[in-house]
Design a protein around this ligand. Sequence first.
Ligand code: XMP
Length: 315
Amino acid sequence: MFDAEKFIEKTIDTLQTEIKGRALIAFSGGVDSTCSAVLANKAIGDRLIAVHVDTGYMRKNESINVKKMMEELSLNHRFIDASQEFYNALKDVKDPEKKRKIIGGNFIRIFERVAEKEGIEYLIQGTIAPDWIESGNHLRDTIKSHHNVGGLPENMKLKLVEPLREIYKDEVRKVARVLGLKISERQPFPGPGLAIRIIGEATPERTDVVREACYIVENEIEHAVDKGLMEKPWQYFAVLLPVRTVGVHGDKRAYGNIIAVRAVQSIDAMTCAYSDIPQEVLDGISTKITNTLGNKINRIVYDITNKPPSTVEWE
Ligand code: XMP
């Protein structure tokens, strides 16, 4: 049985011993990075700087909310808008592993710039067990390179600290509850962000489409959960497919892309089962997306695969 109180006590102790100087935490505002930040803040206080990078692949309003959260948690923080840098780096890139590696590399370069400017030696990341297990090593196959593990360049100058490395999401949530964090039940959002929810090239225009679709899926499902129509899925989002199909818009022929809706139940993300979304909720999602993005999207499909053989994210 995982004892969150004991874990917190032990982790703060270890961080105090391990971190001799100033440290930077990669702060996305998710459960993992927020827990890591709060633990590190308890351990080293003002020697910690939380850095949030807006990659341009964040969900609607996310970066603004993360900024507010860093303030609420009284974290010493920096906010970096690097959208253009990420869009440029991913231009013409279609391969999922290449995308992940480029995103990981970009994050590290930005962190190294901040570190050099501010005399920081340590990089704290909210990596959890499935991240490094699925990123593979010489003993395991690489399922996908989680940006915070497989995307790390070999010549990284910063010393890496990963306080949650040995634990799983359900355990991180227990830690978050004990720490009194309001984001304890938030659905996971991958570090590479919406870039891996756009199959093919993640252009700014495509990102706007998937961002809106994700927003609609999240809202519709959350309303349905609030109304008691369904159980809250572990994760729920939209994926933009580059495939175009024929449809009809008004009385005109349309030739638009497809949005896939993904909603899954899981305990630790190592396996998952697709969620049972009631018909009326699916209807609402489909109508909202096609009404809002009608000139770009004319077909919505629902992903009915489990992990394995699939994975949670499409890339
Ligand atoms: P997969 O797609 O591998 O996802 O079944 C398992 C869980 O991990 C999240 N995920 C990531 N999280 N960096 C992260 O921090 C990543 O690169 C990454 N890729 C996937 C995914 O959303 C799911 O919760």
